[in-house]
Ligand binder design. Structure first.
Ligand code: HEM
Length: 147
């Protein structure tokens, strides 16, 4: 089981309490689709992803970015039980969507960059450490049901 210090818990809760879901969700998913274009293959039903501009203005992508962040809310609310919290979502991504689990890490790195850019000086080393630990646990939990 993953142990969290009070400081880590308060950092993670603080980030989500002040999060602009619309902006951060859309930017993180767009960045992932642009920087790692092979991730676009899973979003064929989302309409035009023809170039970076099309990705950035695609409303389905923006909405899905927000959905992903709300997916992360579940981990924040269940920090002591992230693995079980994501069991179903892991099965969905693996068995139904066939998302290569390496992509979870790519998306989480894009999310870190977007959060860091928004937080500026308050993205301290302690904040970065807690945030990346949180995402690593999420990525591991989402990859659990792959076999
Ligand atoms: C769907 C969360 C990473 C592709 C979803 C849903 C959530 C979610 C909450 C909606 C599930 C539902 O409708 O019941 C997350 C989280 C991720 C993550 C928390 C990592 C931090 C990824 C990655 C990809 C991906 C990296 C592909 C590169 C998809 C697709 C859908 C989906 C294609 C279905 C979209 C649709 O047709 O509506 N994800 N996801 N996800 N996810 Fe993820």
């Amino acid at each position: 089981m993953v142990e969290w210090t009070e400081q880590e818990r308060s950092i993670i809760n603080g980030i989500f309490a002040n999060l602009d879901y619309d902006d951060v969700g859309a930017k993180a998913l767009c960045r992932c689709l642009i920087v790692y274009p092979w991730t676009q293959r899973y979003f064929g039903a989302f309409g035009n992803l023809y170039n970076a501009e099309a990705i950035k203005t695609n409303p389905n992508i923006a909405a899905h970015g927000v959905k992903i962040l709300h997916g992360l809310d579940r981990a924040v609310k269940n920090m002591d039980n992230i693995k079980a919290t994501y069991a179903e979502l892991s099965v969905l991504h693996s068995e139904k969507l066939h998302v290569d689990p390496d992509n979870f890490k790519l998306l989480s790195d894009c999310l870190t960059i977007v959060i860091a850019a928004r937080l500026g000086n308050s993205f301290t080393p302690e904040t970065q450490a807690a945030w990346q630990k949180f995402l690593a646990v999420v990525v591991s939990a989402l990859g659990r049901q792959y076999h």
